[in-house]
Design a protein around this ligand. Sequence first.
Ligand code: NDP
Ligand code: 2IT
Length: 448
Amino acid sequence: MKHKIEGFLDLVRQRNSLEPEFLQAVEEVAETVIPYIVQHDIYHGKNILLRMVEPERAVMFRVNWVDDSGEIQVNRGYRIQMNSAIGPYKGGLRFHPSVNMSILKFLAFEQVFKNSLTTLPMGGGKGGSDFDPKGKSDNEIMRFCHAFMSELFRHIGPNTDIPAGDIGVGGREIGFLFGMYKKLKNEFTGVLTGKGVTWGGSLIRPEATGYGTVYFAQKMLQTKGDDIKGKTVTISGSGNVAQFATEKVTQLGGKVITLSDSSGYILDKDGIDEQKLAFVMDLKNNKRGRISAYVDAYPNAKFFPKKTPWSEPCAIALPCATQNELNENDAKILLNNGCICVSEGANMPSTKEAIALFQKAKILFAPGKASNAGGVATSGLEMTQNSLRYNWTRKEVDDKLKDIMGNIHDKCIKYGKDEKTGYIDYVKGANIAGFVKVADAMLAQGVV
Ligand code: NDP
Ligand code: 2IT
């Protein structure tokens, strides 16, 4: 088996040698899915996984725009259309200076499995730009988004490819992107998700990724007869996912003691309650400030520059910032401090070595493609509402989100539970369940 997996990975490594994040994502999937393929004749001789690691299409384009000082700026735009076997391409746009082919291909590859897990008919894609939104004025953001969409519009559509937000792309950016798409196509359609609620957006979409990550943690804890109530929780990031994960943990009776951004983390041992979270939301979403400002408002809290929160003792850790933000050493410290549950809000935040340690210690560990799928699932619900030209209530959407997270958890058990020991390998479960649906559709559709 090892030989088969290595043979496959060698080929993928040769073809993508300059793409470490993409290779990391493929390795994690190959190690659990190839043994499954070997046991199931219908997939033999079909090179399904080899086809799945090759994007159906990848576009890269120039984005020119004029900054406030009148200077012409040049950025790169991308859209990776990874797999459309079970539905139109679907996945977010990331605006961050680190964006490149490797990062977007890893995200698009993960998205294929994640979207399959949601139970909704969505293929996988991802896109974005190396544009850095930090320090830009609203007008610069608008000009950039308009310039970006003036090329992207020809590659997407409500039945082709439906982008959404990710790091650096929130409600403000989706508004500007949607405005330019509508102008160019002369069509008001559900081509993007994460729209404002008065113009086609879904209630609960902003909350969905963070809420879903916590619902998934709750489901995992329930398998041990345990609960979030009374637990101390560390969270990284302070953006969309981190904010609503904090809100849901607090609503369920847990205590969130950390948040972070790329400059460091804050520790508030009293807990980040509703009122303090409102401060963080205003700081991050309106003032676009740094998390260090938290300690000016709440002097009992401490700021640790250039550090991640994983050294703080907690029962539950929710990494909600970015890829590879939790390494082997962090995992060791978390385990030593008694952490029993890690639910990934971000995409691939734990390194391979960190995951291996969590699994060896047999704590509850959920990979992002399962635990953060609530965001894209609710995007799927936004698409449904757009097609129906109807809006569901907050409760209706939240109930559907809970059902979907429960469904994903069930599938992880179906494909990931060791009947002898009772241990649930959520990585294996999510990878195989995600794979089966896409692979079966690819088989049915032939070599296209
Ligand atoms: P935001 O842009 O709203 O927030 C990102 C947060 O992560 C910020 O606090 C940011 O800090 C921090 N961050 C970003 N890059 C780094 C870095 N290199 N090092 C340290 N901190 C960093 O993004 P989201 O909350 O939407 O996304 C967070 C994660 O969740 C990402 O991995 C994303 O792919 C994933 N995700 C998002 C979904 C969504 O619906 N939005 C759905 C599923 C997954 P700073 O401001 O300093 O950059
Ligand atoms: O990583 C993700 O799942 C997202 N950024 C959300 C994608 C979406 O289409 O809502």
